[in-house]
Ligand binder design. Structure first.
Ligand SMILES: *Cc1c(COP(=O)(O)O)cnc(C)c1O
Length: 453
């Protein structure tokens, strides 16, 4: 299978090259040239384990990796999850389930994609006899998950920039207490946006980029979206047959990556009734799906920090389909959005998407209510999913992080402080971080000294 750019000005690439490239050179995002249709063969996937299902799904796309190799890369990617189901679907009440996506090494759903991406990168280094240096900026969960995907892998090094003092202490420990000599936690003096703009400048330096075979880890990598389709499929297969075609997945959303994966699976013929986009107070996607206007706002830090985003980088993939797969139109939309900060879709059809928005005060109330009604502790991101439940549907709420990652908010809401053994273990390890100015030259100089290859 080949992969094209949403902006239509990059030649199509095979799976491994599209994964290694990340962002297409024309500024667009990679998508499959055509989507497979699973509708006639759903029975074939029943009773597969999570890793087997993932293999059967990914092999349709990753056609340039020999099947046996792909199978073992995928099997290895899901060995560090602590729940035997990998993504357990837990019933909470009539027509209500949570899909727990936080049993991976960093206790958030990003492990599903980044464990696999780490194995794909390492495999590529091996077959091409090359080294790779991975660079990313994070406001929390992505950096930790990326580090855990690459930790100790030969031929790789990973550099993660984060705003010093502005990620939670536990998130910082997940990045800076790893004790591996291929992992560099770079605490930048500035905001997330400062880190992000230094990163952009570094990736704009072609010579530097080539010299270190620098690759970006961020939420737009094609492999991440595809890997995330799998848990929707798995959950759908675990539902009682009578409930499957009435299911609405409720997805705590920031960058639109998670919910996009579910929607793409629906486009591949898995009969999912709908999706609800659950945002926090940073509500660009809520406004988009209720009014048809995509307008950037200011980011207000919230209790669900991994969704504190106002430009949803994966949304361009949805736009591509929404404008009838015409790259010229995608370019027009993105250009207008970049120039004016807004784009209005005429006669916008929201299809099977609904949307909700949850304020910080509501997040606390919801955590309390869900605990009282169901005896269930939801983390602040997952709590946004409980805002409005459609009684006509079977709701599956995606639980995107373990409550143990947010002990303060949970304690304030229900008086109990959740813990997790892997986080407790981190507290006794030394923090090793490198303080740097939010300045491309300083970061480049650090990478020059520590890169592999
Ligand atoms: C990243 C993240 C989200 C948002 O996911 P998107 O793919 O950006 O929509 C939600 N919850 C948690 C815990 C996250 O880490």
């Amino acid at each position: 299978m080949k992969f094209l750019s949403t902006r239509g000005q990059t030649p199509s690439l095979g799976f491994s090259d599209a994964v290694a490239t990340g962002l297409a050179p024309d500024g667009g995002l990679f998508l499959p040239e055509s989507l497979p249709d699973f509708s006639g063969q759903l029975g074939r996937f029943e009773r597969l384990s999570y890793a087997e299902l993932c293999f059967e799904f990914m092999r349709v796309f990753a056609t340039d990796i020999p099947p046996d190799t792909l199978r073992s890369l995928i099997a290895a990617s899901y060995t560090r999850f602590t729940d035997p189901a990998i993504a357990p679907l837990k019933p909470l009440g009539k027509n209500l389930y949570v899909l727990e996506l936080f049993h991976g090494p960093t206790l958030a759903f990003k492990d599903f994609a980044l464990q696999l991406l780490g194995h794909l990168y390492a495999h590529q280094c091996q077959v091409r006899r090359e080294t790779i240096n991975v660079l990313g900026a994070t406001s929390g969960d992505t950096g930790a998950a990326a580090i855990h995907g690459l930790i100790g892998r030969p031929g790789t090094a990973i550099f993660i920039l984060y705003p010093d003092g502005r990620v939670s202490p536990l998130q910082e420990r997940q990045m800076a207490c790893m004790g591996a000599d291929n992992v560099f936690a770079l605490a930048v003096d500035g905001t997330f946006d400062d880190a992000q703009s230094a990163l952009k400048e570094i990736f704009g330096d072609q010579a530097f980029r080539l010299r270190h075979r620098l690759s970006a880890v961020n939420s737009i990598n094609l492999a991440r979206v595809l890997a995330q389709c799998v848990y929707y499929f798995y959950a759908w297969l675990k539902l009682p047959a009578a409930e499957r075609s009435n299911v609405e997945f409720v997805v705590p959303t920031g960058n639109f990556g998670n919910v996009l994966a579910g929607w793409m699976l629906q486009q591949m013929g898995v009969p999912i009734r709908g999706f609800r986009i659950a945002t926090n107070q940073n509500d660009i996607l809520y406004r988009m799906f209720t009014t048809g206007e995509y307008r950037v706002g200011e980011v207000h830090p919230s209790l669900a920090p991994s969704m504190d985003i106002q430009v949803a980088s994966n949304f361009e993939r949805f736009i591509y389909y929404a404008v009838g797969r015409e790259p010229q139109k995608v370019r027009d939309v993105m250009q207008t959005f970049k120039a004016t900060g807004a784009y209005t879709f005429a006669n916008f059809d929201r299809g099977s998407f609904g949307a909700s928005r949850t304020t910080d005060a509501e997040i606390r109330d919801i955590i309390q209510r869900v605990y009282r009604e169901h005896g269930y502790v939801a983390d602040p991101h997952t709590a946004c999913g409980f805002k409005e439940i459609n009684p006509e549907r079977v709701s599956v709420i995606l639980a995107t992080a373990s409550p143990a990652k947010f002990p303060d908010t949970i304690r304030e809401a229900i008086g109990v402080e959740p813990t997790h053994p892997s986080l407790e273990a981190l507290k006794s390890r030394p923090i090793v971080k490198h303080r740097l100015k939010a300045d491309a030259a300083a970061i480049r100089e650090f990478i020059d000294r520590h890169a592999v290859g």
